[in-house]
Design a protein. Structure first.
Length: 202
């Protein structure tokens, strides 16, 4: 096998990868901007197709219209949003400053056969309090494999001064089936403001 090396003389001078190294690309499919209270953000079967094996959702910002703490969740559907699957297994970790200062009380989410995949926790009181992050969905339209999901997110926790929560982990649909619809919603109340992008990963 031939060795691929940059033409530049030193590593510090490299400004791009050699053409022989595949890098893939992200194709922007949709941008949803929420400017007034809305129940959910949906990506339907016109966007979630067999064209891409991987989809990425990038949440630039999302705020809650609820005056008390809520979670933000993802739901998956096989019938374009008519119903939602209840076979999500999630393993995630979430933490914030005051949890650590009171003895390292961290929270692991270990759920089986759920409808909701949690991505934010403790979000409330509108902007400037927001959540942000990215969620990757692998093989949603391949009915021969389990759909896998990874997420890395964070959100303000206005119920506790000077606290921000990290939230990262993974999930799967434990039934091999084609997923063609993705919903983002709060566990209670509306989404106040948001900017969310959907990419197909080529």
């Amino acid at each position: 096998m031939a060795i691929i090396k940059p033409n530049n003389n030193t590593l510090s001078a490299i400004t791009s990868l050699p053409a022989a190294i595949p890098t893939g690309s992200m194709v922007l499919l949709n941008t949803t901007t929420v400017t007034s209270d809305t129940t959910n953000i949906d990506f339907n079967s016109s966007l979630i197709t067999s064209t891409y094996g991987i989809y990425e959702i990038v949440i630039e910002y999302l705020s809650s219209a609820n005056s008390s703490a809520v979670d933000t969740d993802i739901n998956l559907s096989t019938d374009n949003g008519s119903s939602f699957i209840s076979s999500i297994d999630q393993m995630s970790h979430r933490d914030r400053q005051d949890d650590q200062s009171t003895g390292g009380n961290t929270f692991d989410i270990a759920r089986k056969d759920q409808t909701d995949l949690q991505i934010f926790s403790g979000l409330e009181d509108d902007r400037p309090n927001i959540g942000a992050g990215s969620i990757r969905i692998f093989s949603p339209m391949d009915a021969n494999v389990h759909t896998l999901i990874t997420h890395i997110t964070c959100n303000s926790v206005p119920g506790y001064t000077d606290n921000i929560r990290n939230h990262f982990g993974c999930a799967r649909d434990d039934t091999a089936q084609a997923i063609n619809f993705i919903r983002i919603k709060n566990s209670s109340g509306d989404i106040e403001k948001a900017k969310v992008k959907l990419y197909g990963v080529a």
